[in-house]
Design a protein around this ligand. Sequence first.
Ligand SMILES: [Fe+2]
Ligand SMILES: [Fe+2]
Length: 165
Amino acid sequence: MSASSPSPANADLADAGDLAILRWHDGYLLGYQPMDHVHEEFVELVGQLQQAADAELPALLESFVAHAESHFGEEDRWMRETDFPARECHINEHAAVMKSVMEVRELLAKGNHAVVRDLAAELAGWFPGHADYLDSALSHWMCKRRLGGKPIVLRRGVESGRVGG
Ligand SMILES: [Fe+2]
Ligand SMILES: [Fe+2]
């Protein structure tokens, strides 16, 4: 995604009706609770960014930066710590979004509010696909690891009785 080319059409998105505003619904639940909680916060913050008045944007963007650093950093850590397969693509996508967010933060400091609205619209369009494709695979992986601990205890007796295994 790129935040460097704000289009005038995107500046109107916040006024274009509810369809354009990112809103939480249970369809976004992926099953790994720590991730679902963070995603609900992400959706809330992006929705606020989309609807905020200019004067509210600096504080809201700072909240979003803090959220995104924690959100992406935590997912990156889960992937590295558990040797999640094909994690580079997911980690790189987080990094690309973070880069855009930091560029927008600098532009906002120079008084450019339109670029924040453009970013918010891009994030609203980006999240469902990212969650559906990359985060859902990670959620499944983390759930499987968590649930995978139980059968080991049950199998202990079987394993010790196994011959030549
Ligand atoms: Fe995520
Ligand atoms: Fe992610």
